[in-house]
Write a protein that binds this ligand. Structure first.
Ligand SMILES: NC(=O)c1ccc[n+]([C@@H]2O[C@H](COP(=O)([O-])OP(=O)(O)OC[C@H]3O[C@@H](n4cnc5c(N)ncnc54)[C@H](OP(=O)(O)O)[C@@H]3O)[C@@H](O)[C@H]2O)c1
Length: 178
């Protein structure tokens, strides 16, 4: 979903590390830019995540920005990432619009409070309304729309932003799940 964000950052930043489980997919992305490094790791494995981030920081330097899209089944992952960052580093934390996701606004606020030395920006993913034959219909965001919103968030001094709409009085949200 965030591949274009990685590629865009690699054009501006010195070094970009990308963490996911599938080594072949990571290697395909890293092959596109010499300054993208893969970190093959399951973020639900906290000990493995601690080791992987420490190794990356030791070999490539301290992280100054973390862009995080973490599924709700990895309760400790964001704390582990936050603890791996130097004071003053920025975290762009992407959250879904689904209110049933375990990592919601309250959990994000608590996370933020545990890591006050970091500069946080929460990006909430919403949906889009399109007009089709005079009828308003909701659809989920495309990867391109999500990546554009995340890149805008990275460039923004604000502490939160929304991509698309979170609700619409004129039309129900998209069918769930996406
Ligand atoms: N509007 C909304 O609220 C909303 C919310 C959610 C999703 N969406 C849409 O839903 C679609 C699917 O979302 P998705 O999250 O499945 O996107 P995705 O494109 O699969 O991105 C998830 C990324 O996280 C990695 N990942 C997943 N679990 C991991 C783990 N345990 N450890 C390390 N890395 C892990 C995946 O790679 P590996 O599998 O290789 O680990 C992948 O690179 C998106 O395309 C988006 O458009 C919309």
């Amino acid at each position: 979903m965030l591949a274009e964000v990685c590629l865009s950052l690699s054009g501006e930043a010195g070094k970009v590390s990308v963490l996911a489980r599938s080594a072949p997919r990571l290697n395909t992305l890293a092959a596109r830019r010499s300054n993208i490094s893969p970190i093959p790791c399951d973020y639900a494995d906290s000990d493995g995540l601690i080791r992987a981030l420490a190794l990356a920081a030791d070999t490539r330097g301290a992280f100054d920005l973390a862009v995080c899209w973490v599924h709700g089944n990895a309760a400790r992952a964001m704390d582990v990432v936050a603890a791996a960052l130097a004071p003053g580093a920025r975290v762009v934390h992407i959250l879904p619009s689904d209110a049933n996701e375990p990592v919601g606004d309250a959990a994000h606020a608590a996370l933020r409070a545990r890591h006050l030395s970091l500069i946080w920006h929460v990006v909430r993913l919403g949906f889009k309304i399109e007009l089709a034959r005079g009828t308003a219909r909701a659809r989920w965001l495309t990867h391109a729309e999500i990546c554009r919103g995340v890149l805008d968030a990275i460039a923004s001094p604000a502490s939160s932003s929304t991509v698309g709409l979170l609700s619409s009085p004129g039309a129900p949200g998209p069918d769930v799940p996406e």
